[in-house]
Design a protein around this ligand. Structure first.
Ligand code: GDP
Length: 247
């Protein structure tokens, strides 16, 4: 009876929790299994042309942004950083030849000001394959601990197989990883929302211009300072030589 009561209470409190909108950016090298992972998570299955996939997980309305992973399309990721509350980085655990490239891409991603500090889930995908690296090997080979410490991001690695998750609908590792990410986002939700609102208001170009303006100002200030020093040195020299030349 007591169990029933407490279950009812937790059920009622869950219902009363507000619905939270969360946007997650899904990135990684091409062929790592990003689209397959999203298909494993989103029951309805996304269409190929659509990069926005929406689903409801508990009290979260989640938008998964599927970004292309080829070197040419990685440039478009930066346009999506602003609106993301968290990141999913998908790695092919069997592709040892491209592990260095994956680490470099991950390192660069975590250095981005609009990404640093946001929670990140690493999906160590394709675990169904014989030669897949296990979680601990992936942590080492990607220097994961060092990278996330530098960017101060909460991080979790989930070994998974998107292909297997597509076949079974219980105990999906991709979904388990997403649940962790949502909990991590929830810990910092007001701050992350404030960041998203602020970064989304300012387009990338204006930020670039701002930076340029700032560096221009610094350049001008340095130039004025150097001119003053030069004038001072010249007047000192002329005084020393007994000349009275106005500068
Ligand atoms: P994306 O380019 O990162 O979106 O990668 P895709 O989702 O298109 O997957 C690339 C290839 O890897 C496809 O042929 C998938 O069938 C395959 N693939 C994706 N996930 C898995 C997995 O968990 N196991 C295996 N064996 N193959 C996978």
């Amino acid at each position: 009876m007591f169990n029933l009561m407490s279950n009812c209470c937790s059920w009622v409190s869950k219902i009363q929790e507000p619905i939270r909108k969360v946007t997650i950016l899904v990135v990684g090298l091409d062929k790592a299994g990003k689209t397959s992972s999203i298909r494993g998570i989103v029951d309805t299955g996304p269409t190929h042309s659509c990069i926005r996939n929406e689903l409801r997980v508990e009290n979260y309305l989640v938008t998964l942004l599927d970004a292309g992973g080829s070197p040419e399309s990685r440039g478009t990721w930066r346009e999506l950083y602003a609106e993301a509350h968290g990141i999913i980085f998908v790695v092919d655990s069997c592709d040892r030849q491209r592990m260095k490239e994956a680490r470099e891409v991950l390192a660069d991603l975590l250095k981005q000001p609009r990404v640093a500090g946001k929670p990140i889930l690493v999906l160590a995908n394709k675990q169904d394959k014989m030669n897949a690296l296990v979680g601990s090997e992936m942590i080492e080979i990607l220097s994961l601990e060092k990278l996330v410490n530098q960017s101060r991001s909460l991080c979790h690695i989930e070994p998974c197989s998107a292909l297997m998750d597509l076949r079974r609908w219980s105990d999906r590792k991709t979904l388990r990883g997403l649940r962790w990410l949502l909990r991590a986002v929830c810990l910092d939700y007001p701050e992350l929302c404030a960041r998203v609102a602020q970064d989304s208001r300012r387009p990338l170009e204006s930020r670039k211009r701002e930076k340029k303006g700032k560096s221009g100002k610094i350049h001008r200030k340095t130039k004025t300072y150097l001119d003053t020093c030069l004038n001072f040195a010249l007047s000192f020299l002329f005084c020393y030589l007994g000349l009275n030349v106005p500068i």
